[in-house]
Write a protein that binds this ligand. Structure first.
Ligand SMILES: Nc1nc(=O)c2c([nH]1)NC[C@@H]1CN(c3ccc(C(=O)N[C@@H](CCC(=O)O)C(=O)O)cc3)CN21
Ligand SMILES: CC(C)C(=O)C(=O)O
Length: 290
């Protein structure tokens, strides 16, 4: 990034022939997990922010359907289409490639693109993989288990997503904490079945900290990535706009603005990586539920 011969706006790859960092892969993520190093993830929706996140050392970039809310101005993620996701995955993948980045790119399957059948899910996942994703993410447990198995069997790495699943916000009754009381048992069983089906990552969103910490112990091959799920998970994710303080109105309580005390987006993202790695973010007392 600091190459003096770089072209304006980084439209050409840096001239350095030295491949400094190893690309992130599933074995590489397993290695991090095995040595107790936290996995970092941020969302990104375009080439430049993705490249900056990569340069900050963020291992996984989620092209999340939250783009419907932060980029498109929708009131939920329900209106995001597969074609829109393809456009943003392509942009992010080009951004990473352009700077010879190493990040693992996760493409989010939008509402309605995988619910109909396993075949529909495969067709949709193919679109995102061909757009440059290394893994796809899909929301829910139970009925999704067979879909996950079908995709994994066909060579598509899958990240599951349990707890608050924003695509089903209308069925859940709002953006609220999930997996409390009775439903904790169900969430736990769904997570174990998803791991058995071959999911190698699972986002746990707004899940009580004790549950997500316990689940992390029970899921050795499926890396738990928390958002509002406390500090006991294998990794963390935040929406980029939130952690940069680019947000009108009230943030969810799991958000921390990493621009505070930092002069650039690169520094703020580096501070996020450092805070997740050294265990200072999230702070269970401030950013989690019990
Ligand atoms: N910018 C942005 N950040 C996100 O984290 C995000 C999106 N957009 N869009 C998709 C979903 C929606 N998410 C949300 C939306 C609202 C709350 C929220 O209002 N939470 C309150 C209430 C929690 C409670 O039930 O106690 C909070 O104080 O955290 C949480 C997550 C998470 N995802
Ligand atoms: C909030 C994260 C986990 C997500 O699912 C998204 O960005 O769509």
């Amino acid at each position: 990034m600091s190459n003096t011969h770089a072209s304006p706006y980084g439209t050409l790859p840096p001239a350095s022939p030295v491949a400094a960092r190893k690309p992130i892969s599933l074995p590489r993520l397993n290695e991090l997990r095995a040595r107790g190093e936290k996995i970092t993830m941020l969302t990104a929706y375009d080439a430049t922010f993705a490249a900056v996140a990569d340069a900050a050392g963020v291992e996984c970039i989620l092209v999340g359907d939250s783009l419907g809310m932060v980029c498109q101005g929708l009131t939920s993620t329900v209106g995001v289409t597969l074609d829109t996701m393809r456009y943003h995955v392509e942009s992010v993948a080009r951004g990473i490639r352009r700077v010879q980045g190493t990040a693992w790119i996760i493409g989010d399957l939008p509402f309605g693109s995988y619910q109909e059948s396993k075949e529909q899910a495969l067709r949709s996942a193919t679109v995102l993989m061909q757009a440059g994703a290394h893994m796809v993410k899909l929301e829910g447990g139970g009925w999704t288990t067979d879909v996950v198995h079908f995709l994994v069997e066909r060579g598509i790495p899958v990240c599951a997503h349990l707890g608050l699943t924003p695509q089903t916000v209308h069925a859940l009754g709002g953006y609220r904490v999930q997996g409390r009381g009775e439903s904790a048992t169900q969430l736990r069983q769904e997570a174990i079945r998803l791991q058995d089906a071959g999911a190698t990552m699972v986002v746990l969103e707004m899940v009580p900290e004790p549950l997500s910490t316990a689940l992390t112990q029970e899921l050795p091959t499926c890396h738990t990535i928390g958002i509002g799920a406390g500090n006991g998970t294998a990794g963390q994710v935040l929406v980029m706009h939130d952690m940069l303080g680019v947000n009108l109105g009230k943030n969810p309580k799991f958000v921390h603005n990493f621009m505070e005390g930092h002069a650039s987006v690169l520094d703020a993202m580096s501070a996020y990586v450092a805070a997740v790695k050294n265990g200072t973010f999230p702070d269970n007392a401030k950013h989690a539920w019990v």
